[in-house]
Design a protein around this ligand. Structure first.
Ligand code: NAP
Length: 310
């Protein structure tokens, strides 16, 4: 039976231990050893959070795979001591939470909720919002999370476009791909949602040039990763009115430092990296299934393409 090392911040163990044991039992690995400390040469699998403090995989000589607890792998993908397969987290619970967060924040801006919630100023603004069918929303990143959000928005009848590296076909979504597809995806968008991974190819994808492509006053919603946006270019676009609002969940430095201009800017909403998170019960099933596959000699699910960086 395999030895599985759980390597994450200590408070995560109390949240994950019982769902992981239950999920291992479900796949016939109830006798597996699941621990938070072990001699590295005895470890078969590492269930891994990149902020766990473990960053030298060299002593793990019998390691078969590293199973990331997070969807984002930018902090581990370039680790040269990691030579075994790396799987990222694809979790139905994480996805559900992201769809809810993105839909909520898109609807906030689409319906102009702030005017009525924050502006209780005695002015009777009797202007109904447009229908979703008349609102162009673009989702950059059409992977597990982006495609689900795009589908949910399309189901609400938004005019949705998507952008990914490889071509896609998604019902109700106009799909663009490749470097050459970016401008078409952004042009005229009124709300732009960023669900790309942080890789060398996606860093600063929203810069002075691309921030000028959406409709004037467009809203940027970023639950992807901080480095997708050139912060100074965004602040300039907000000050110029080209971008009407930015709702940001992720930042180059987290927690966002108190002195960062985003906190005080009237056109920015800061949320503290809470758009969604891995949910222990559903995520444990994904991890247990991957360990079962490893033990059965079957291909792992959700493998990271180390060259592409995600
Ligand atoms: P995913 O399934 O790997 O999807 C990534 C998408 O981005 C894919 O559609 C991919 O294109 C596209 N992409 C990557 N590089 C590109 C490029 N150079 N040009 C155009 N498109 C590119 O990832 P996911 O599970 O949806 O997660 C997306 C990101 O969300 C994660 O990496 C993480 O950073 C973030 N996240 C944030 C939170 C939060 O709470 N804020 C929680 C979870 C995840 P292909 O489809 O062609 O490969």
């Amino acid at each position: 039976m395999p030895l599985i090392l759980f390597s994450a911040k200590s408070e995560r163990w109390s949240i994950y231990e019982s769902p992981l044991r239950a999920a291992l039992q479900e796949v016939g690995l109830g006798d597996a050893t699941l621990v938070t400390e072990a001699a590295p040469e005895d470890v078969d699998y590492i269930v891994y959070a990149p902020n766990s403090g473990l960053d030298d995989f060299t002593p793990y000589t019998r390691l078969k795979a590293v199973l990331n607890l997070w969807a984002g792998v930018e902090d581990v993908v370039g680790n040269e001591t990691l030579t075994v397969p790396l799987a990222r987290m694809v979790d139905a619970g994480l996805e559900e939470g992201m769809v809810e967060w993105v839909t909520g924040h898109v609807l906030r801006h689409h319906l102009g909720m702030d005017t009525h919630i924050l502006g209780q100023d005695g002015i009777w603004r009797a202007e109904a919002p447009p229908l979703a069918r008349d609102r162009a929303v673009t989702v950059l990143g059409m992977g597990e999370l982006g495609a689900s959000c795009a589908k949910a928005l399309a189901a609400l009848r938004f005019r949705v476009s998507g952008w990914s590296r490889s071509p896609k076909e998604v019902d109700g979504v106009t799909c663009h791909s490749g470097t050459e597809g970016l401008d078409a995806a952004l042009s005229g968008a009124e709300i732009v949602v960023l669900l790309l991974p942080d890789t060398p190819a996606t860093r600063n994808v929203m810069n002075a040039r691309t921030l000028a492509l959406p409709a004037k006053g467009a809203v940027i919603i970023n639950p992807g990763r901080g480095p997708l946006i050139d912060d100074d270019a965004l602040l300039a676009a907000l000050d110029a009115g080209q971008i009407g609002h930015a709702t940001l969940d992720v930042f180059r430095q987290e927690p966002l430092p108190p002195e960062h201009p985003f906190w005080a800017h009237p056109g920015v909403t800061v949320t503290p990296h809470i758009a969604s998170e891995t949910r222990p019960i559903s995520a444990s099933r994904v991890i247990a299934e991957n360990i079962r596959r490893g033990e059965a000699g079957e291909p792992f699910l959700h493998l990271v393409d180390r060259k592409a960086g995600y």
